[in-house]
Design a protein around this ligand. Structure first.
Ligand SMILES: NC(=O)c1ccc[n+]([C@@H]2O[C@H](COP(=O)([O-])OP(=O)(O)OC[C@H]3O[C@@H](n4cnc5c(N)ncnc54)[C@H](OP(=O)(O)O)[C@@H]3O)[C@@H](O)[C@H]2O)c1
Length: 324
């Protein structure tokens, strides 16, 4: 049996409870992974609250990112070995001491990438990778806007953009978060709790606007994210930390012949070639020191509800992990 943290039914952090679950043998194409560190992400809150539909009726084990060691392999898994250190990101099931999952999702970890760093960066780092290289490939010398710059995805994205030579404007809530974002690649940071970010972006860009807005805050920021785009600009909406975008209209794009996309990480990671390539790029940037992974909150697995409370209350910066 292994300890797992499951949500009994959709709701607040209080629905999270500990359960002892049996650990099956891995079937064909599967692997049994013993977790050493588990990432906490905003998607866990969307599933817990019921904003995202549940794949089961009750007792959903949350968690979409973890790192650990392969303990057993099912038939037909050719490219992995028992004892190998690996990490993965797939929707749900990671808040547990160990689990069985499809081996095709596992990425072998280089020696230089610790279990904690891997658990803190697989989901967030691969998100930064697809946003900046696939959804809208930002160009050297261009100016782009990235919201929630001091968050888990935000701190990685700022450093990745800086490594690409892109002039990044970040937003963050409060002076401390703004200072942290500035230390992680953002050329300009706007405290969007205290300042009108639309007016500030116009000022910073001399009225020209930005080539792309990467927006994970959703309801509170998306009208402004469209407003600051230059002609032919790109609106990349990838989350809804403040609430979903419900009144978007195609006509919103007519103002500047904008394009809009609403991408999801797992559509990219489902392609194993993309997954291995993108993870390789992420690990290389971490190894070379271009990207530092900030694990600013650690909780035991049993205290997952506390981690959720902190993330929802905007009290976290960088990555949050659970230790089983
Ligand atoms: N589509 C995808 O493939 C994909 C993949 C990964 C992540 N995401 C999205 O990217 C975002 C960042 O994820 P993360 O796990 O790294 O979280 P995070 O950025 O560490 O935390 C969310 C941040 O959003 C900001 N925020 C603004 N309004 C908020 C509100 N009303 N309630 C809570 N937070 C608010 C807060 O920063 P300030 O205090 O600075 O405002 C908060 O710290 C999330 O929206 C997530 O769903 C999407």
């Amino acid at each position: 049996m292994v300890l797992a943290i499951a949500a009994q039914k959709p709701g607040g952090p209080e629905v999270l409870h500990a359960r002892d679950l049996p650990l099956p043998e891995p079937g064909p194409g599967e692997a049994l992974v013993r977790h050493r560190a588990i990432g906490v992400n905003f998607i866990d809150i969307y599933f817990r609250s019921g904003l995202y539909p549940w794949p089961v009726e009750r007792d959903l084990v949350l968690g979409s990112e973890a790192a650990g060691v392969i303990e057993a392999l099912g038939e037909g898994v050719e490219d992995l070995e028992v004892g190998q250190r690996v990490a993965y990101t797939i929707p749900n099931g990671a808040y547990t001491e160990a689990r069985v999952l499809e081996a095709r999702h596992l990425v072998p970890l280089p020696d230089a990438i610790s279990d904690e760093v891997a658990a803190a960066s697989m989901l967030k780092g691969l998100t930064a990778r697809y946003l900046l290289h696939d959804s809208y490939p930002a160009q050297k010398g261009e100016t782009v806007l990235f919201h929630a710059a001091a968050g888990g995805v935000g701190l990685i994205a700022g450093q990745w953009l800086a490594a690409m030579g892109v002039n990044a404007i970040g937003t963050a809530g409060g002076a401390e978060k703004c200072a942290l974002a500035r230390e992680h690649g953002y050329a300009h940071v706007i405290d969007y709790k205290a300042e009108d970010f639309v007016a500030r972006v116009r000022e910073i860009t001399g009225g020209a606007g930005v080539a792309a807005s990467y927006d994970s805050v959703g309801r509170d920021t998306y009208p402004g994210s469209l407003e600051v785009l230059k002609t032919f600009g790109h609106f990349v909406s990838f989350g809804q930390s403040s609430g979903p975008v419900t009144d978007f209209s195609l006509a919103d794009l007519a103002k500047g012949s904008f394009t809009a996309t609403r991408p999801v990480l797992f559509h990219f990671t489902n392609d194993r070639q993309w997954l291995l390539k993108a993870a390789g790029e992420l690990f290389d940037l971490i190894e070379s020191g271009s990207i530092r992974i900030n694990i600013n909150q650690r909780f035991t697995l049993a205290k997952a509800a506390e981690a959720h409370r902190a993330l929802e209350a905007r009290k976290t910066t960088g990555s949050t992990i659970l230790i089983p």
